[in-house]
Design a protein around this ligand. Structure first.
Ligand SMILES: [Zn+2]
Ligand SMILES: [Zn+2]
Length: 375
């Protein structure tokens, strides 16, 4: 192999191909840049959808997109103006980069997760190469330092940011309830509140950990009947697992009591709107999933609309994550690692090599979070 190139998993939408490509090894070209050696990259539903050409677009001038957006890496080289990182540091990059438009206030305010023009780019997803490769170069401002003791689980930072931003949205919207103590310690902010997580995939499990850590009485509502490994995992860190096959939505509501928060991590509309019917007084429903387009389904719109008014309810969608969500994810991951090291490590169900990309991305490899380890 030419030393100026390296191996990467590329998606070629025009040719409808997914294959290993020889990608130019990036070099530092500006003072604020950092060169990173990829250690691990997580595989998620977004990657699989890109590999089925649902979305994903290569950068200008390329016929392929290097995919991968859930990365843990190690700094190998820093530009002369980099202040906060040095060789050997562990880092997790964020995914979205701001749009170029002067009038886009969110992007100009470093909140490209709320980009108003839609012209943002995303590493490994939209018009920017990702991290499923050996090295990458990134601006320091988009890299988040990770403590060395999180080496084994740091690849979970990016998927955990979904819950962190979601929960931050909850606190923002619940400022409408003046008796909710804004300055309560993080452990206690959810005390006395009931949360239901929909789905027991990586987003659901990491979301449930976040809610338990913040003091919520937390239930995970997912399809498979007990006993099953995911049920055991969520119960090992203090959440209660209920199977949608044996517990109806009405029974769920009876068992939980007032449902203060629903955290949707399943990406399916039917179960989401069924559960929305039993959202409690002053409740918030957080959507994080992106369902594939399917034919229209009936929903009990009158009940839902009636409840939303009579119970002061709110539904909020959340996508992508800001710097604070990454910082919160890194700090919470440290807390999970102290409290539930075995549960946290078992979220990563398999480590593979770059050569396994086909079975991971196009096959039906099971597990919670599978990762490609590059070192
Ligand atoms: Zn992902
Ligand atoms: Zn923008």
């Amino acid at each position: 192999m030419n030393s100026k190139t390296m191996r990467a998993v590329g998606v070629l939408p025009m040719k409808r191909e997914v294959r290993l490509v020889e990608h130019v090894t990036p070099q530092l070209s500006a003072d604020h840049q950092v060169k990173v050696r990829a250690l691990e990259v997580g595989i998620c539903g977004t990657d699989k959808e890109i590999c089925h050409f649902v979305y994903g677009s290569p950068p200008e001038g390329f016929e392929y997109l290097v995919i991968g957006h859930e990365s843990l890496g190690e700094v190998t080289e820093v530009g002369s103006k980099v202040r906060g990182l040095k060789k050997g540091d562990l880092v997790v990059p964020s995914v979205r980069r701001p749009c170029p438009h002067a009038q886009c206030q969110p992007c100009r305010d470093e909140r490209q997760d709320f980009c108003a023009t839609g012209d943002f780019t995303e590493r490994g997803i939209k018009m920017r190469h990702g991290f499923m490769t050996e090295f990458y170069v990134e601006e320091e401002e988009f890299l988040n330092p990770v403590p060395a003791n999180l080496r084994d689980v740091g690849v979970l930072v990016e998927p955990l940011t979904v819950a962190e931003k979601g929960l931050e949205q909850v606190w923002q919207v619940q400022k409408r309830l003046p008796w909710i103590k804004e300055n309560a310690p993080a452990d206690a902010r959810g005390t006395g509140l009931n949360a239901v997580v929909l789905g027991a995939g990586p987003i659901g499990i990491l979301g449930a950990m976040t809610l338990v850590r913040h003091g919520f009485r937390t239930y995970v509502y997912s399809r498979s009947q007990k006993p099953n490994p995911k049920a055991e995992l969520v119960e090992s860190f203090g959440a209660t697992y209920l199977s949608a096959e044996t517990v109806s939505v009405e029974e769920l509501a009876n068992q939980v009591g007032n449902i203060d928060l629903v955290y949707e991590g399943v990406g399916l509309s039917k179960i989401s709107y069924d559960v929305m019917k039993v959202l409690g007084m002053n409740g918030v429903f957080v959507f994080t999933g992106i369902p594939a387009p399917r034919p229209a389904i009936p929903i009990e719109a009158d009940i839902i609309m009636r409840n939303m008014v009579l119970k002061n309810q709110l539904a909020v969608g959340t996508v992508n994550a800001d710097r604070k969500a990454f910082e919160d994810a890194i700090s919470d991951l440290g807390i999970f690692m102290k409290r539930w090291p075995d549960a946290l490590k078992s979220v990563i169900t398999g480590r593979f090599t770059l050569d396994n990309y086909q079975e991971l991305l196009l096959g039906d490899k099971s597990g919670i979070k599978n990762v490609i380890a590059l070192d």
